[in-house]
Design a protein around this ligand. Structure first.
Ligand SMILES: [Zn+2]
Length: 271
């Protein structure tokens, strides 16, 4: 029996491959998204500490492409304690965090990162743009994995960007997961996006992927720009989905095998 709906393609096409107690990990046959079913409540999923695993690497990835000045704004979604914005603030760039957790927002303010206490969605993005102007960079962090509606996250990023701005997303890299499959890792992220699906999802809302980069801790960093912008698409935007195609991420057997290997490791440790 197939489950659903999938949070990206809305199909009742989810095929479970791993039992995790109250939830199951399932592959969507329609779009290839691996997800927990039923989805965890969004409040649980939006843990502030997950804003970015690698703030310095993220800042460097932006600095390689954009020369930011004091007039520019860097906006961070689900910004937690503001860690991802600190390197930008140090360089004298205007920064603004958006964080739903009052405690995390307060920690961010204490370290000098101006933070709006709210949930990042398209409505808020438009409202912030009216007050602060559009952002040259939107750091979406891990919101694509954790938001109940990933489409709205992409719309929000698009709505907040200047015409030449960059949106940066982080997601768990399914290829890295398959290399070192652990049951815990399979359950750690509510969603696993193949790179090809990220490209399709972003394109649907007017963003083109210009690069995929390996970030720390098995994360994939996606750098995107407006469809009509002058940004050139880098080689990795084609190469990473192509390399992934060889992993057969769209087959439930691939994930079942990974879950079995993970279970084997757990048994060996217990023995
Ligand atoms: Zn789907």
């Amino acid at each position: 029996m197939l489950l659903g709906p999938c949070r990206v393609c809305w199909g009742r096409t989810l095929e479970p491959f791993l039992d995790l107690g109250p939830r199951r990990a399932a592959l969507c046959r329609g779009c290839g998204l691996v997800q927990l079913y039923p989805a965890p409540p969004e409040a649980d999923a939006l843990r502030p500490a997950d804003a970015s695993a690698d703030p310095e690497g993220l800042a460097a990835a932006v600095a390689r492409r954009l020369d930011l000045g004091p007039e520019d704004l860097v906006l961070a979604a689900a910004s937690g304690d503001g860690a991802a914005l600190v390197p930008f603030r140090r360089r004298g760039v205007r920064v603004l965090g958006v964080e739903a957790s009052p405690a995390a927002a307060e920690r961010a303010r204490r370290r000098g990162v101006d933070t709006v206490e709210d949930r990042f969605d398209a409505g808020l993005a438009r409202a912030l743009t009216r007050v602060h102007g559009p952002a040259r960079v939107v750091l979406a962090g891990r919101t694509l994995e954790r938001a109940a509606d990933p489409h709205d996250v992409v719309r929000a990023v698009r709505a907040a960007l200047t015409h030449d701005g960059l949106g940066v997303f982080e997601t768990a890299d399914p290829a890295a997961l398959l290399r070192g499959a652990r049951a815990g890792a399979l359950a750690a992220a509510p969603c696993r996006y193949p790179a090809a699906l990220l490209r399709t999802l972003l394109r649907r809302h007017g963003l083109k992927v210009i690069a995929f980069e390996e970030a720390r801790r098995g994360s994939l960093r996606t750098v995107a720009a407006g469809e009509g912008s002058a940004w050139a698409v880098e080689a990795s935007a084609e190469a990473v989905p192509l390399a992934e195609a060889g992993l057969e991420l769209e087959r439930v057997r691939t994930w079942r095998d990974a879950a079995r290997r993970a279970a084997g490791v757990v048994r060996l440790r217990a023995a």
